[in-house]
Design a binder for this molecule. Structure first.
Ligand code: CA
Length: 249
């Protein structure tokens, strides 16, 4: 039969092989067991023995040419930088990588705290490798699904805009925008380098019924520049195009 040429789980194993997991755990025995279990499932695994190495790997992978990770298995008690702080810092910087947190503590507060600082799931030691693999698979599936669905992040240089959450991170810090400023920035970031006239911006952001004048646009651009630009008098993001209007980037 022809169908015998194709392994039954061909699409599944192909999917698995594309995923890269970072395992952060200082205890050699546990780390080796996790790595072995994940590699047996076909995942590509990298390791970090302490918090600082983990942060370096994660931050370089997202900023540079290194291939980034699809999931982090993160122990809570780590030398150098605590697991909770790693988690908090990554989320603060706008990094949305799925995090499975590991802890020897079974208390409810730790679990809640872990999830509160942005971990996606939490596993208490001792756990079976079968359970760990199942949790990883579930998180990766959710992540891959999320990437294809409407969840969207617009990124340009050091600005990160989360359309669903209405949040904007600039140089690793969250900034506060009014709804109009947010809509304006979202529009600009959706069409980098496109030149918009003031009238077009009014129509898109304020709507066709807006009765004010186009000076409103200039005022909002000025406010946005003050929040986004290193030097608002020398804008690098929101550029004035003389005689036409504005563009982003
Ligand atoms: Ca540990």
């Amino acid at each position: 039969m022809l169908s015998l040429d194709v392994p039954q789980n061909a699409s599944n194993s192909e999917f698995v092989h594309n995923n890269r997991i970072l395992v952060v755990e200082d205890e050699d025995v546990i780390r080796d067991m996790i790595v072995l279990a994940l590699e047996e499932e076909g995942y590509e695994v990298a390791i970090a023995n302490d918090g600082r190495v983990a942060l370096n790997l994660l931050q370089n992978a997202t900023g540079g040419s290194d291939r980034s990770f699809d999931l982090v298995v993160l122990d809570l008690m780590l030398p150098q930088v605590h697991g909770l702080d790693i988690c908090r810092l990554l989320r603060y910087q706008g990094n949305i990588i799925p995090i499975l947190m590991l802890s020897a503590k079974a208390s409810e507060t730790d679990r809640v705290l872990g999830l509160e600082v942005g971990a996606d799931d939490y596993l208490t030691k001792p756990f079976s490798m079968r359970e760990l693999v199942a949790r990883c698979r579930a998180l990766l599936r959710r992540q891959n699904f999320g990437a294809q669905s409407q969840y969207s992040v617009r990124k340009y240089r050091d600005i990160c805009l989360y359309t669903q959450e209405c949040r904007v991170i600039v140089r690793n810090e969250e900034i506060n925008l009014s709804p109009k400023e947010f809509r304006l920035l979202e529009l600009f970031m959706s069409y980098p380098r496109r030149v918009w006239s003031r009238e077009q911006l009014i129509e898109q952001v304020w709507g066709p019924d807006f009765l004010g004048d186009t000076k409103t646009v200039d005022v909002h651009i000025r406010w946005l520049r003050e929040k986004l630009e290193l030097d608002p008098s020398q804008p690098e993001y929101l550029i004035t195009v003389r005689g036409f209007g504005y563009r982003f980037g």
